[in-house]
Ligand binder design. Structure first.
Ligand SMILES: Nc1ncnc2c1ncn2[C@@H]1O[C@H](COP(=O)(O)OP(=O)(O)OP(=O)(O)O)[C@@H](O)[C@H]1O
Ligand SMILES: [Mg+2]
Length: 295
């Protein structure tokens, strides 16, 4: 098959791992920076140009879209979809998973476990929102990542002051129930084509409640319970994802989904579980392959 990996960094571990997994299976596989792609829109003839030339005869794409480039990445994926090219990540699923609000609404509506979460508007009185969530609470920057912008607030006064400060900076935040029993830990389930193919637990360094590896945490290989597996798969299916990393907290009332990552990194999960996740992604693409009727 002719497969394109859409990635900004050909040297990144995940990109390399997918590239070599594809090569090993004998595919014609290429890495392309999606920001170097142009969309050409013409009546009845959708095309993607890369560095000035049209991309033709592509069987499948594996999008690896950074969170700061979600919109452009989704537009490129959508164009490939219109060309009849199979994508391991649909444009719609990418946009859904990248919107914390949209994802939480979908999960809540389907009765998938989530920590109680309040989205606030910058102009409104914050007291009722604080009462709704309770203290201690987690305050999260909507655009945070790697644990940066996740704050544990232990008093009403402090919560109010932090929220006010973010509002002043015009940063949107969400307020979330603090799951005390899972403080300093979370789990990641890696799902490929409706199946959990590997899972790990991330454990924070001493004195830290955020378990991100970037914040000094470490990871161990774990086996999920049936309920955890089912929760991860339901979350992924609701968003229409085929390859995803589901982050969950282990709470007294069962697994609670924090986030579903549509371009999950492979390094942590492959090194922790020793599972060839990239190989599983390539196998999923092979199993989904149907000749493109539009080319
Ligand atoms: N509601 C919560 N209760 C307890 N601990 C939490 C809660 N939310 C987050 N944490 C801890 O803080 C860490 C970081 O939070 P989260 O994963 O939501 O943000 P992030 O890692 O910065 O963002 P992203 O995962 O979107 O890149 C989690 O891994 C978890 O250990
Ligand atoms: Mg996280």
């Amino acid at each position: 098959m002719k497969i394109l990996i859409l990635s900004r960094g050909y040297k990144l571990y995940s990109t390399q791992s997918l590239y070599f997994a594809g090569q090993k299976k004998g595919h014609d596989i290429q890495i392309i920076d999606y920001l170097e792609c142009n969309i050409v829109i013409e009546e009845g003839k959708p095309q993607v140009f890369w560095r000035g030339s049209p991309l033709r005869q592509i069987d499948a794409i594996i999008p690896r879209i950074g969170s700061s480039q979600t919109d452009y990445g989704a537009a490129i994926i959508r164009q490939f979809e219109m060309m009849g090219v199979f994508s391991a990540l649909s444009a719609q699923a990418l946009l859904c998973a990248r919107s914390k609000l949209w994802s939480m609404q979908l999960l809540s509506n389907a009765e998938v476990g989530i920590p109680k979460t309040v989205f606030t508007n910058i102009t409104q009185d914050i007291q009722p929102a604080i009462d709704e969530v309770g203290i201690p609470m987690i305050i999260k920057l909507l655009k945070g990542t790697h644990g940066l912008g996740v704050i544990l607030s232990a008093s009403r006064n402090n919560a109010e002051a932090v929220i006010e400060a973010f509002h002043r900076l015009k940063e949107r935040v969400l307020l979330q129930e603090f799951i005390a029993e899972s403080s300093g830990k979370d789990i990641r389930a890696f799902v490929v084509n409706g199946e959990v193919v590997g899972a790990m637990k991330r454990i924070a360094k001493a004195g830290e409640f955020r378990s991100n590896l970037h914040r000094g945490g470490h990871s161990i290989h774990i086996k999920l319970t049936e309920k955890e597996k089912e929760t991860a798969i339901r979350a992924v299916n609701l968003m229409g994802l085929k390859v995803a990393g589901v982050d969950m907290l282990q709470s007294e009332r069962g697994p609670l989904v924090l986030e579903v990552n549509p371009s999950p990194g492979l390094e942590g999960i492959e090194s922790t579980t020793k599972v060839d996740i990239a190989g599983k992604i390539i196998a999923f693409i092979e199993s989904s392959y149907q000749p493109n009727s539009k080319i």
